[in-house]
Design a protein around this ligand. Structure first.
Ligand SMILES: [Zn+2]
Length: 370
């Protein structure tokens, strides 16, 4: 891009050493060698050359950074167009500034592809906006559905645990299908509208055969329910051991009223002699307050055992944590906060939820087919 030396304000009369050397070097060049040499000699001998360089530095020194940014392969279209737009908005003073801006506009006008890219970018952004809006709208409708939306609201609390829905991670095809049916609450249990004249449980006949009953309370699935719980407990206990907790599972104790209680996990740090009684609870998802409700429920049960365990392990402090794990593979913000507080990597959360989900799939199939 050519700059007119005459139009550039003279910034400073003191010429830096580098520029003086360039000018002296130019004088030694043979004008016969190349057509550009006389032009370079003429430019470098101009009285305004230092002012021109200073002007360039003040108003154009960020150009290489922008060019490098635009060359990045991971750059999104909207960001690339944003760079060009910011250059168009750039305020360069004086006639040179006007000439530069005009030049850039002319170049872009001669480039119909740029306008097309802007159109594409607008469409993509609008689609993305509409997609997210419609996604949230549909999710809301789903959550409000009395049958199919039961507890689905918890799926949005920690989306990192929902990867299996899109990627089938850790599940066979049939397990994935069963998992999807469960989160839609359309698995073939008798309570699903239109499935059966008699909606009583086919095994225990005590309750309506809902998915919540099958996964949470039907005696027919007791052994598998225990296996699911043990699996979840074991994953969390192993993570606590890796985080340097002294960890014990299924410890019997006494409450202050003399009742026997068995805790799932007790974990404490040797250095502080303080720790936690943790009770992971796999339960059918129902509402957003459920994680806190489960925590309070477990605190009510196990707080009276704290004096017993403080004495047994010679500890200073213990806290009871009731930890809801969704039966259909949901994790909650409550769980994430607990993991962070305990110093367990949150990367364990999807492993925990997948174990719960697989256990629930086993329970469902055992209920329907055996
Ligand atoms: Zn039953």
């Amino acid at each position: 891009m050519a700059y007119s030396g005459a139009a550039v304000p003279k910034v400073c009369s003191a010429e830096p050493l580098g520029l003086r050397k360039e000018r002296e070097g130019a004088r030694t060049l043979d004008v016969e060698e190349a057509a550009s040499i006389p032009e370079a000699k003429s430019v470098l001998s101009s009285d305004n050359i230092y002012g021109s360089f200073a002007f360039l530095k003040a108003h154009s020194s960020d150009l290489p950074k922008y060019i490098e940014y635009l060359e990045s392969s991971s750059l999104q279209l909207k960001d690339a167009i944003g760079v060009i737009d910011s250059l168009l908005q750039k305020q360069i003073p004086g006639p040179v500034g006007e000439a530069v801006t005009l030049k850039l506009k002319e170049v872009l006008q001669r480039n119909p592809g740029f306008e097309k890219m802007k159109d594409v970018c607008s469409i993509l952004q609008a689609e993305s906006f509409n997609f997210h809006n419609s996604w949230y709208r549909e999710f809301d409708i789903w959550c409000r559905h009395p049958q199919k939306g039961k507890g689905v609201v918890l799926f949005k609390q920690y989306p990192g645990a929902n990867k299996w829905i899109c990627k089938h991670e850790g599940l066979s095809n049939s397990e994935w299908r069963d998992g999807i049916k469960m989160i839609g609450n359309v698995a073939a249990v008798r309570a699903v509208p239109g499935r059966s004249q008699d909606n009583r449980c086919r095994h225990c006949h005590n309750e309506v055969e809902t998915l919540a009953h099958v996964l949470g309370s039907c005696p027919h699935g007791e052994a598998l329910r225990n296996a699911r719980h043990h699996q979840v407990r074991s994953i969390i206990a192993t993570a606590l051991k890796h985080a340097d907790y002294n960890t014990f599972e299924e410890v019997h104790g006494l409450s202050v009223t003399g009742n026997t209680r068995r805790i799932d996990i007790i974990a404490f740090k040797e250095s502080t002699r303080s720790g936690y009684i943790i009770d992971p609870t796999v339960r059918f998802e129902t509402n957003e307050e459920q994680p806190v409700q489960v925590d309070n429920e477990k605190k009510n049960i196990y707080n009276p055992t704290i004096p017993y365990y403080l004495k047994k392990y010679q500890l200073k402090e213990l806290e009871v944590i009731g930890l809801l794990v969704g039966a259909r593979g949901t994790a909650t913000l409550f769980m994430k906060d607990v993991f962070k507080r305990l110093g367990i990597p949150t990367s364990i959360i999807p492993i925990v939820t997948l174990a719960a989900l697989k256990g629930s799939i086993d329970l469902l199939n055992n209920h329907l087919y055996s």
